[in-house]
Design a protein. Structure first.
Lengths: 491, 491
């Protein structure tokens, strides 16, 4: 993969002088068109060996383009707020909004490759990382991002020459440190491992461009021209995203998971009170556990039919918790900052630090429920959401976050009864809108969407709990009991 | 101040049982009205002695109200991202948006009081903190926030009783630690210092409510009722903010700072090239200084007449910097998340960490320039902006951030010339809008606004640099030279 980046390609000064102004102006025009259209974000990943001109090129891009609409992100040691969350959180928070260019200097490639080079981490683990990266970039591309990944290469011989040259120059000697020479020693291993990763992650929607790093003029023009061409191609067809993934077959018709539920399961008041005290007490103890505070967090997702009692169930959970350690995130329409980002961005931003609970009142499942049924999302978008969601939850679980998802199910008759009751009661009136009545007409479509959702996203690491909710007492206790069980098993 | 909170007030069970449901429903209705109107945020500060029921009350509020629209913030040890910024940053980032309730459990009061109690920090320093707090809360109130501050009190005798009672109970014994008894020893000092701070920060727009913490029913109902009353009063008159501060006298008419500028100051190309190399080199060195990376950051603000060459000057600065260490923030219309916050919030969120540069292309001065002249901000709002901005910049400077502000001034004729040139040049066409021509008609109003701005916000810690910009070479060099000088003096 690196052979053609060791040919000693250069760009002579005269050609450069002639080409550079045209290239710059064209780039600036393209960037401005991107900014005006706000159609998609551009994600530029910069990787490669030391001394191959990564920093210089990024600085040149900033000088050539309008730096006001570029966000350059360098990833050094993670901050403690970053360490307290899954590894990908720091990249999600740095994603550029639509219309802007985000340069990732050091990226999701750095750690997986280094781990292998330094002998930490097995081959299997690397494959897993590579898989995750591929799915992440696939998601970005599906969301419309234009992704370009540049790998700056220098041959071992040129690398050595460069260090020697620097050391000779009294003004530049400071730039060469011991670790530079150490890195030269592991050059071959670094080359092997990175070539492997590059090959496995070189995709049409997120291609690697290997850049020969020896000649400054050559590499700058190569990178600039690649960005310009890709940008212009996409601007010409801003809606042409990567091809639709083959849709999965719809879930088998006939019997479904909801039909199997005994919605009427009930507790009497006395049983309820006793169980409530028991499980709220248990949850409180678990939430104060030292191990929990050190290594875990809880994401509790509440979905359910309208009027199924989500609010009441959430309240029985939060009553057991210290207000300092939980946050409820009600999901309504996205803000304009959220609309400028990939769909899952607005959930990533709320991930709790260790020891904390984040409770989502409705969630990312809106994509495959209301957005699917009402047609707010295109079919290709809600279809790919299943696997994106599974990836998202897997990343959380891998970090130690306990992902508990509750579907509160009530029957159609019980829902009608509750709607009427709400219309009659003062402080509950505001909970009922005309939309709620309208949604009932699509009951069967929702059933299909719910069953598909459960079929496709109930995973070992983040299972759905179907909660029979015609009886509120039963529902609340089942939620509390499940939550306690999940935390207990994690500790 | 605490005497009336040592009377042993209680609320009997029967009264509580009768009152509580009504109070709860009224609170919920008021909270819902607040959320629907999105008219203002509610900021509830919780302070006081240990064991006086702070946590229990916050939990009760979360249980009584709709917890989905409450954000409870506890402030423990600052994270490293917080330590890398001025002390108030962590509170700004936690401010609730309009329509929501933010509970600050531990707040901007905690550190100033503790510093005095523990013998760190002089009386003068405390007064300074108190002043800052008063101005911060004044700003919040002016922005429309409803502020309620609760101080939970227990007499020393009751405090001791409480600890002894807990120690006797085998189930609760774990709650009493050594530091609880130590804190009892410094009770008197804590009482004196906090009483002093409370008295000095008790304002009509941000009142302290001292709550006797002995009886759970009494304290919960007291806090809930206080919030309910204040909320309902404000909801009845959502636009009634605190009274207008007496406006400062306008700047003296006649001679002004802009008139004194020799706009035509110029450099020839050769002088420019030499100076550019010199100062960009110096800036590069300074930006890599170890001390700078450890303790300083730069905020550079660029304002100026339309077409004064802000973009070009910024570019000459960033050319000298490593792209990983700067970010340019172009200020355009606020996002909807920003509109739901106090005016300065959208600038606070961009404060750089140590070692970084943040360059604002237009800035918070929009308030007293375009918003004033075009009438986008009410007079009372832009008038109070001067002192709010001075506070903001003082906080940054106190932390070690170098605040450099540049006004790029060109003459009316030179501006006309540049507009016409832009109309003619391809890639500069998009820089010119009809608005630019319209703004020229208000030239004199802008002159008045600029002079007022410089008069009122050019401070020792964050001076304005007026840059004669008819000649671009001169302007760019003056900017670079000034910036270098400012950083040098700080190191």
């Amino acid at each position: 993969m690196f052979e053609s980046a060791e040919l000693g390609r250069t760009l002579d000064k005269a050609t450069y002088k002639k080409e550079q102004p045209k290239l710059r102006e064209a780039l600036l025009e393209a960037q401005f068109a991107l900014y005006e259209s706000k159609a998609f974000p551009v994600i530029v990943v910069i990787g490669g060996v030391d001394g191959a001109g990564k920093g210089e090129t990024v600085n040149a891009l900033n000088a050539w383009l309008d730096p006001r609409h570029i966000e350059t992100n360098a990833f050094r040691e993670p901050s403690d707020e970053e360490r307290d969350r899954p590894p990908m959180w720091r990249f999600w928070r740095a994603l550029p909004p639509k219309g802007k260019l985000g340069i990732f200097f050091g990226s999701w490639y750095t750690l997986p490759i280094l781990a292998r080079v330094e002998g930490r981490g097995s081959e299997d683990e690397l494959e897993q990382r590579v898989d995750e990266v591929n799915r992440f970039e696939r998601m970005l591309a599906d969301e419309g991002a234009l992704i370009l990944k540049f790998w700056f290469h220098l041959s071992k011989r040129d690398q050595k020459k460069r260090l020697k040259r620097l050391e000779k120059d009294p003004k530049l000697r400071w730039r060469v440190t011991k670790s530079d020479w150490q890195r030269l020693k592991i050059y071959d291993r670094f080359r092997t491992e990175s070539e492997h990763v590059l090959r496995r992650t070189d995709k049409a929607h997120a291609p690697w461009i290997v850049v020969e790093g020896l000649d400054e003029r050559y590499r700058t023009v190569t990178v600039a021209r690649t960005i310009l061409d890709a940008l212009n191609r996409r601007l010409a067809k801003p809606n042409e995203r990567s091809k639709l993934l083959a849709p999965r077959p719809p879930a088998a018709a006939g019997k479904n998971v909801l039909e199997g539920l005994a919605l009427a399961k009930a507790l009497d008041k006395d049983q309820y009170r006793k169980a409530l005290e028991k499980y709220q007490g248990a949850l409180n103890l678990l939430s104060r556990d030292k191990k929990f505070h050190k290594r875990h967090a809880v994401i509790a997702v509440f979905e359910g039919n309208d009027a199924a009692g989500k609010g009441g169930a959430i309240r029985r959970v939060t009553e057991a918790l210290d207000a300092r350690y939980y946050r409820i995130v009600p999901i309504a329409a996205p803000t304009d900052e959220e609309r400028a980002q990939p769909y899952l961005w607005r959930f990533w931003r709320h991930l709790p630090r260790c020891g904390h609970f984040t409770i989502f009142d409705r969630s990312w499942y809106g994509r495959v429920l209301v957005e699917r049924v009402e047609g707010f999302a295109a079919e290709r978008d809600w279809r790919r959401a299943y696997s994106e969601i599974n990836d998202f939850e897997e990343e959380m679980a891998a970090y130690g976050i306990i992902v508990a998802k509750f579907w509160l199910a009530i029957g159609k008759d019980e829902q009608a009864r509750r709607f009427k009751e709400r219309e009659a009661t003062g402080h509950k009136r505001h909970k009922l809108t005309e939309e709620d009545w309208r949604n009932r007409e699509k009951w069967d479509l929702y059933v299909q969407a719910i069953c598909d959702m459960v079929d496709r996203t109930s995973t070992e690491v983040a299972p759905w709990t179907l909660v029979e909710a015609d009886d509120k007492f039963h529902a609340r206790i089942k939620v509390l009991k499940t939550l306690c069980g999940r935390i207990e098993r994690s500790l």
